[in-house]
Design a protein around this ligand. Structure first.
Ligand code: SF4
Ligand code: SF4
Length: 359
């Protein structure tokens, strides 16, 4: 009869999880060394010690099973010159956190039925632990220069989740070797955020800025293109990742900007990006209109100069400044006379001073 560890992995595969692997609940010394030298990352919780030691999160943990939930990476990514907004691979469908939590609950139930008294703690992007480091140690894949854990033999991209348990399971070995080290992810990155292989400079990463509440720095805004949530460019560039001929998830920017709070919740409540909220995503849609280069964007942007949300007014001013058309400059000049918020006033003045006059 197969070992409990193997039966657990077989059950995970039956649930559509792949790759899967098991590691010990011992500290992640290499990840700790790297994190101690790096600036604290946003969207993370806990100290470096907690992030790299499963037992500091749950003292009874003995083993950690790491699982991947595969998702499709479309061959076509963000586009220029379009009035459509793009959601990064994997973010457009049902929220993967919910899908993975359900599957981890089934795995926990299986383990408890096989090992009565087993205790489990599932995690999907929720706790402080560095999931990628655990996945690497559990043998789910090699560490790519683009900071993803990649599975060369499988080719799919996958979201990560984990199940810590007080049961002693048989650990897998990490996969020897590295990714191809071809540099194609680095070359494809529009912002040079991967200049140092394996060390993402999050302050230059578009994926981070599509999620940050703070409006992205002006020098990065033209590089956003039509991305609304996340960025998958360095993933798509990787020859180890299979691309699907299916289209990515896009929305009409004007329609997306017209959505109110209630409709946003009704329509997108179960999607992966809903947590970030309407304002941040609509702010990105405003920037995408500025990047589209399409004059049809101007009449969509002008009313947004009076939006009650400051971030929408700031980005509408910037986007109108990309056009330099008579009507966009006139709208900016009129708005400047009424605007009382200093940060928006500054953005309008900049847009008027820097936008190329085109008439
Ligand atoms: S997610 Fe986008 S911006 Fe961030 S490193 Fe990858 S390609 Fe660059
Ligand atoms: S593109 Fe090349 S260097 Fe980058 S992660 Fe993939 S194999 Fe590694």
């Amino acid at each position: 009869m197969a070992s409990l560890s193997q039966r657990l992995k077989d059950r995970a595969k039956e649930l559509g999880l792949s790759p899967v692997g098991i590691t010990t609940a011992t500290p992640l010394y290499e990840a700790r060394r790297i994190l101690e030298q790096a600036e604290a990352l946003p969207f993370t919780t806990g100290s470096v010690l907690q992030r790299t030691d499963p037992k500091l999160v749950w003292p009874e943990a003995k083993s950690v099973m790491m699982v991947g939930l595969p998702y499709i990476v479309p061959a076509e990514g963000p586009q220029a010159g379009t009035l459509q907004g793009y959601f990064a691979a994997g973010s457009g469908g049902q929220d993967y956190h919910c899908v993975l939590k359900e599957k981890l609950a089934e795995l926990a139930a299986f383990l408890q039925s096989e090992a009565p008294g087993a205790l489990t703690v599932p995690f999907v992007d929720t706790g402080p632990l560095v999931e990628r480091a655990l996945a690497y140690r559990a043998g789910l894949g090699v560490w790519g220069e683009n900071n993803f854990v990649l599975r060369p033999q499988v080719g799919s991209a996958f979201f990560l989740g984990g199940l810590a348990t007080n049961v002693d399971l048989i650990s897998d070995s990490s996969i020897a070797g590295t990714c191809l080290q071809c540099g194609q992810c680095r070359d494809a990155c529009p912002t040079n955020a991967l200049d140092t292989p394996y060390l993402l400079d999050y302050r230059r990463c578009l994926s981070y800025w599509t999620q940050a509440k703070e409006v992205m720095p002006p020098e990065l805004r033209p590089l956003l293109g039509n991305r609304l949530y996340g960025c998958d460019t360095c993933l798509r560039a990787c020859p180890l990742i299979e691309k699907s001929p299916l289209d990515g998830v896009t929305v009409d920017l004007a329609t997306f900007l017209a959505i109110g709070n209630r409709e946003f919740k009704q329509r997108y409540a179960s999607s992966s990006f809903a947590w970030r909220g309407r304002t941040v995503l609509q702010r990105n849609a405003v920037l995408a209109l500025g990047n589209s280069g399409r004059e049809e964007a101007i009449p969509i942007l002008i009313p947004l100069l009076s939006d009650p949300r400051i971030s929408i007014r700031i980005t509408a001013a910037w986007s109108l400044g990309q056009y330099g058309a008579f009507e966009s400059r006139l709208a900016l000049a009129k708005c400047l006379q009424q605007e009382i918020e200093p940060s928006v006033q500054a953005e309008i003045k900049k847009a008027l001073n820097e936008s190329p006059r085109k008439w």
